[in-house]
Ligand binder design. Structure first.
Ligand code: SGN
Ligand code: CA
Length: 525
């Protein structure tokens, strides 16, 4: 009896001390889909002046911005699985945007934070073919979700459609949850937008945001894919040959009539079809006159092949950047909420996106390749009193580092099986002598947009890529050739570098216990 009583007392003291002294920081993870670094003004670059993102920039100004931030596998579901598990794709089992659901029985950072007393929630895009586990609350888009009047899956399993724009609605849901959460617990909230993913559809209020502006073109818009693997030229993600006239360019069937536009016109306008009559009016008022003028010029033979690509680029980039605008506004709303509710000081705020994206570089839209534009992930983080405002760490970081970072923020130990490293020492500004000097990449999809499986290693200066399909290696010197236009793999002056990188690549594959190329090759589908 005595032991029983003292046990009760101990338990009481323990519970009381955890609750009473709750100082563990909240973690607010603001996330988007396919947001290229170039479309965040804090990262600098040619779009900085024309398309500022003041709210994301504010996180970078008051906190840290990581330029050398990368994904483990440049595609949606796998990036999210790496974030939740702290592991490379072959270890968490979610190698592709496949039909097989993410294995929810495994360890995730959400489960761990929930178990240690955090209030946990996820809203918006999930895309792991399963319902979230480890969250007290969730409300997610089915698959990719829709931009206009989107449906959300509720915890009850029911699907409810809301009128409005996905980015705004996702933000509303995040704030609603913060309002009604248990205030005695620290929180972990993942607010995950579908934007600016294809079909790059802006909030109606932003349709004309870039109307009178000519957006600068990337230097590599007319890449001829020479001097690298021939697999590049076999891609299906070019503005020139693959951008869909209705789906991507946003010409409607009745506008196009029989005009013989070169290139695909397969998917129609599903987003437009979801709109209310009033929404369609706003859309048409913006697009119809521009579409008519373009079609008249095309029919009159006024546009060269290059003019067509340039016109599509302007249409694409304007819609993409306008779609980003609402994401940035959402970040602003979330920051304001923290401030208004006395939460700003003790909340770590992160902005990131599942991978980067091509904004016309190499003539492309989409991602997948280990080239910089899609391999990079934005990563800006604010942690008042811990991160020196304006910090710009040079460390090579990866999405497998997020889970161990969140654990250390919460004061929890990192399980040995986790492959990522906690960023907390870097956030504190400590010099981490033995921090990694290279990152490993693996892309396993089976051919969407005709991007082949490939694997590689990147250091601060070089990148080595292996294509099993052709048993080919490409090597890039990122200082001499930042646009990655010429592989120097055959260049004898890079002989020593090549030996070092091959060794580093092998070392990483061993360290991470990477599978053989055959194990997940397309034929073993
Ligand atoms: C869809 C898109 C692709 C895109 C993938 C993956 N086509 O399949 O263009 O690469 O998603 O994106 S669409 O016709 O459905 O828009 S991911 O971000 O989910 O990985
Ligand atoms: Ca994505």
């Amino acid at each position: 009896m005595k032991t029983f009583l003292s046990c009760c007392f101990l338990l009481f003291v323990l519970c009381f001390s955890i609750k009473g002294n709750e100082t563990r920081p909240n973690i607010l993870f603001l996330f988007s889909d396919d947001h290229a670094l170039k479309a965040i003004s804090a990262y600098g670059g040619p779009l900085k002046e024309v398309a500022p993102t003041p709210h994301i920039d504010r996180i970078a100004k008051e906190g840290a911005l990581f330029r050398n931030s990368f994904c483990a596998n440049s595609i949606c579901g796998p990036s999210r699985a790496s974030i939740l598990t702290g592991k490379h794709s072959h270890k968490n089992g979610f190698l592709r945007n496949s039909r097989t659901p993410f294995d929810q029985s495994q360890w995730t950072v959400a489960k761990a934070l929930q178990a240690t007393g955090y209030a946990t929630a996820v809203v918006g895009k999930w895309h792991l073919k399963s319902h979230p586990v480890g969250f007290d609350f969730w409300e997610i888009l089915p698959g990719q979700g829709s931009y206009y009047n989107p449906a959300f899956i509720q915890m009850s399993g029911e699907t409810v459609r809301y009128e409005g724009y996905a980015t705004d609605i996702t933000t509303d849901k995040a704030i609603d949850w913060l309002e009604q959460r248990d205030p005695d617990k620290p929180f972990f909230l993942m607010c995950q937008h579908k934007a600016p993913h294809r079909t790059f559809s802006p909030a109606l209020r932003h349709l004309g945001a870039f109307e009178r502006i000519e957006i600068p073109e990337p230097e590599t818009l007319f890449d001829d894919y020479a001097d690298r693997s021939a697999l590049l030229a076999a891609n299906e993600m070019e503005l020139d040959r693959h951008f869909d006239w209705a789906y991507d360019v946003k010409l409607r069937k009745d506008e196009m009539g029989d005009i013989p536009l070169p290139g695909p016109n397969r998917y129609g306008t599903p987003e437009y079809n979801r709109m209310t009559e009033a929404q369609k009016e706003v859309w048409d008022a913006h697009f119809a006159p521009k579409n008519q003028a373009f079609l008249a010029d095309f029919s009159a033979g006024k546009l060269s092949h290059e003019d067509l690509v340039r016109w599509k680029y302007q249409r694409y980039i304007k819609n993409y950047l306008a779609t980003v605008k609402a994401v940035d506004e959402s970040v602003g709303r979330m920051l304001q909420y923290l401030e208004d509710n006395g939460l700003a000081e003790n909340t770590v705020v992160i902005y990131s996106s599942d991978q980067g994206f091509f904004l016309g570089e190499h003539g492309w839209y989409d991602k997948r390749w280990m080239f910089e534009e899609s391999f990079q992930m934005p990563f800006v983080v604010r942690w008042p009193g811990v991160i020196e405002p304006g910090a710009r760490p040079e460390a090579l970081i990866q999405n497998i580092d997020y889970a161990p970072t969140f654990l250390e923020i919460a004061g929890e130990p990192v399980p040995a099986e986790i492959q990522g490293e906690s960023l907390v020492p870097i956030l504190k500004g400590e010099s981490v002598e033995d921090w990694r000097t290279s990152v490993y990449y693996a892309y396993y999809e089976l051919g969407e947009h005709r991007v082949p499986q490939h694997f590689g290693v990147r250091t601060h200066r070089h990148k080595l890529i292996y294509f099993p399909e052709t048993d080919e290696w490409n090597l890039f010197d990122l200082v001499n050739d930042p646009q990655e236009m010429k592989s120097v793999h055959e260049d004898p002056s890079y002989g020593e570098t090549l030996i070092e990188l091959r060794a580093e690549y092998d070392r990483l594959r061993e360290k991470y216990e990477a599978p053989t190329y055959e194990e997940y090759a397309p034929k073993s589908r």
